[in-house]
Design a binder for this molecule. Structure first.
Ligand SMILES: NC(=O)c1ccc[n+]([C@@H]2O[C@H](COP(=O)([O-])OP(=O)(O)OC[C@H]3O[C@@H](n4cnc5c(N)ncnc54)[C@H](O)[C@@H]3O)[C@@H](O)[C@H]2O)c1
Length: 283
C-alpha cells in the first residue's frame, strides 16, 4: 500500500452528505477531483449542496440509511450514472432528537432508532457498496467518533453505535487486506455541526456535564473543514484510523489506561452524579 491513492476521477458516495461533516468532505473531495454521489434524507438540501458543483461531476440522490433496499438501489444508480463506485463514506448519524437521557430514562423507540441509523445504517451502506468497492480496489470509510473510546454516559445509544462501527471498520479492513481494497475509520472530535448543539449550549445540564467531565483543550470544537482535510489525507494514504483533531490521538492510543481512569473519576464525582440525575429527571 505504499503508493498514494489518487482521488482524481474517483467516484465517492457520501451518506448524510448535507450535514456539517458530509458537506465539508464533499467540497474537499471535489477539490481533489472526485466525482460525488451525495445522499441524505432531504432532496431540497441535496439540491442546494449539489448546485455548488459542476453538474457533470455530481449526482444527488435521497437515501434513508435505515432502508437496505434503497441503499443497494443508490449503488446501482451510481454505477449506471458514473460507470463505477470507488469510495463509500458511511457518515450519516444521529443523536438524541431533543433532550439527552440516561439508559433508564430514555424513550425506548428513540434508543433503537439511534442504533438503527448509527450502526445498522453504516452496515447497510457498506454492504451495498462493497462489491463495487472491491472490484475497483477502492475504500470504505466509516464515521465513528471519539465516543468509541470516551465514556458514553447520557449518550449511550450513540456511543454504543460508534464503538460498534469502529469494530466493523477494523474487522472489514482485516477482511479486505490483500485484496487491494481497504477500510478506514474516521474519529471526529467535537465539531461545530447541528449534531453537537445540545451538548454545546443547546441544553444547559448537558453542556455543564461536558464542561465538568472534559479538560478545556478537548472541549474546544473544530470546524467541519478540519475533519474534511484529515479525511482527504487519510484516504490518500489509506490510513486505518483518521483521528481529527490530532489532540484526541494520545487519548485513543492510551485508551487502555485512560478509560478505566476516566470511568473511576465518573464513579466518584458528586458533581457529575448530580448532573446525570438532573438529566434523568428532566426527561
Ligand atoms: N459533530 C461532531 O462533533 C461529531 C463528532 C464525532 C462524530 N460525528 C459523526 O459525524 C457524522 C456526521 O455528523 P455531523 O456532525 O456532520 O452532523 P449533522 O447533523 O450535521 O449531519 C448528519 C447528517 O446525517 C443525516 N441523516 C440523519 N439520519 C439519516 C438517515 N436515516 N439516513 C440518511 N441520512 C441521515 C442528516 O440529515 C444530516 O445531514 C455522524 O455520523 C456523527 O455521528 C460528529
Amino acid at each position: 500500500m505504499g503508493k498514494k491513492y489518487d482521488l482524481n476521477g474517483k467516484v465517492v458516495l457520501i451518506t448524510g452528505a448535507t450535514g456539517g461533516i458530509g458537506a465539508a468532505s464533499a467540497r474537499a473531495l471535489y477539490t481533489k477531483g472526485a466525482n460525488l454521489v451525495l445522499t441524505d434524507l432531504s432532496q431540497q438540501s441535496l439540491d442546494l449542496l449539489a448546485a455548488e458543483f459542476d453538474p457533470a461531476r455530481v449526482l444527488a440522490l435521497p437515501l434513508d440509511v435505515t432502508d437496505a433496499a434503497a441503499s443497494k438501489a443508490v449503488v446501482l444508480q451510481t454505477v449506471e450514472h458514473f460507470g463505477r463506485l470507488d469510495i463509500a463514506f458511511a457518515n450519516a448519524g444521529i443523536a438524541w432528537r431533543n433532550n439527552p437521557a440516561t439508559i433508564a430514562s430514555c424513550d425506548e423507540a428513540e434508543f433503537e432508532k439511534i442504533i438503527d441509523v448509527d450502526l445498522f445504517g453504516v452496515w447497510r451502506t457498506l454492504r451495498a457498496a462493497l462489491p463495487e468497492v472491491q472490484r475497483n480496489h477502492g475504500q470504505i470509510i466509516i464515521t465513528s467518533s471519539i465516543y468509541s473510546f470516551v465514556n458514553g454516559m447520557v449518550n449511550a445509544p450513540y456511543a454504543a453505535s460508534k464503538a460498534a462501527v469502529e469494530m466493523l471498520g477494523r474487522a472489514l479492513r482485516a477482511e479486505l487486506a490483500g485484496t487491494g481494497a481497504s477500510a478506514s475509520v474516521l474519529y471526529p472530535g467535537w465539531t461545530a455541526t447541528p449534531i453537537t448543539e445540545l451538548a454545546f449550549g443547546g441544553h444547559a445540564t448537558a453542556s455543564e456535564l461536558i464542561e465538568s467531565a472534559f479538560p478545556a483543550v478537548l472541549r474546544k470544537q473544530v470546524q467541519p473543514e478540519e475533519i474534511a482535510t484529515a479525511l482527504v489525507a487519510g484516504l490518500t494514504t489509506r490510513s486505518a484510523a483518521i483521528i481529527a483533531p490530532a489532540r484526541w490521538k494520545p487519548l485513543s492510543m492510551l485508551r487502555g489506561v485512560m478509560s478505566p481512569l476516566s470511568d473511576a473519576l465518573l464513579d466518584r464525582s458528586e458533581k457529575i452524579h448530580r448532573l446525570v440525575r438532573n438529566i434523568e429527571s428532566n426527561r
